[in-house]
Design a binder for this molecule. Sequence first.
Ligand code: GLN
Length: 478
Amino acid sequence: MNGITDMGLCSLIDALDGKKLSATEATRACLDRIKATEDLNNFITVCEDEALKAAAAADARRKSGERGGLLGVPIAVKDNISTRGVKTTCASAFLSDYVPPFDATVVDKLKAAGAVIVGKTNMDEFAMGSTNENSHFSAAHNAADATRVTGGSSGGSANAVAARQVFAALGSDTGGSIRQPASYCGTVGLKPTYSAVSRYGLIAFASSLDQIGPFARTSEDALRVLGTIAGKDSRDSTSTDKLDLPDKLSGKVKGRTFGIADELLSGAASDVKTAFERTVALLEDNGAKIKKVKLGSVDAALAVYYVISSAEAASNLARFDGVKYGRRASGYRDIAELYTLSRTEFFGDEVKRRIMIGNYVLSSGYYDAYYLKASKIRTVIKREFDAALGCCDAILSPTVPTVAPKIGAQVDPAATYLSDVYTVPVNIAGLPAVSVPVGRSADGMPIGVQAIGKAFCDGDLLDTARAIETVTEGCGNA
Ligand code: GLN
């Protein structure tokens, strides 16, 4: 490993501000590392020329006295977030040559803060999946063990941070796609409160659940990125300005109360359970109070999620028809056949499965039984979380029931859906949650703990993450 890419994001900014390093050198180091570790397959597009130009511009801005923000920090962006002039494929054959004419708001904000976007990361097609194996560009390989998956859908982003290819990355989380790969790869991954970050320019999967958030090596680094991308945006009417973020995290443990719910622990593998229980015990030893909380309806969350997210996906993906966006099949005789052939040829199996489920649950005669019922249970789940969070600062759980499985090991889609069992309820409730690495399994794979916070208290949640990092520092295998 080279010394520059081993630095954390905040240390990099200090080094850049102290003129110990230039943005061009930092960017070069990342590009070299991406090249040297390209077998991980974390990137769909590496934008070397644009990145070196942006780095030179950041160096010039710093020379003229500018400081702060993410000036000169190399960052990666998930490939479902629109980047002007740079391919944005959603890891789909449909969009394999799509170049957006505009930047997503988060990309605008990163650029304004001086960040250097080095590339677009691998993912499950249209963010549907939990292993990155649903990518048209083939799966990414976990940096901790190349025979294992990175998780998904933001697998490339999580793994790029873990592999020291970039200092931070953006992902999107609809049912766990930031936290789950963060846990599998051993990075911090934050899903902000729904509406804290603009979704303008994020290619939609399920609009009432999707949220963009950061991956970084530490909670402090994640805070920097969140501070840059959060806020109200006139181009996303659901976005808000309600986050009140601190400049620094305290990592205070004493005086904090954490909730534990049996419902978010059942089914965890023994090494995951051991690492989780050790984390809880360490927090308690350091002065935190631990309380049992009840989330009686979360066992329905996966079913609710697959009804609602698939219904929204079926509507959102109706726009991909071979006419307006992306590729067009040949050999059609009329417009109906143009749609059918294009959608048949260019969507992958998992995307087709979700569209079929979505159209089914929305169809007349089934709407009340599925979609309406799921929406009602969603309200119940949300209320249960609000009640539980009324008596603690955050709820703790493992992020995922297991460590990263082997590539090719999961063949049954329903079994794969189970890996989201602890993360999905959070999106249904619209709350912020973070995954923090807390140790490794006996075979050396990263394990994460999830902390779920109160709506719009993302800063406080990152403080909990900092507390977890502090108490688990140096923890070895479970
Ligand atoms: N794995 C879940 C799914 O396949 C979550 C995906 C996501 O959060 N984008 O739907």
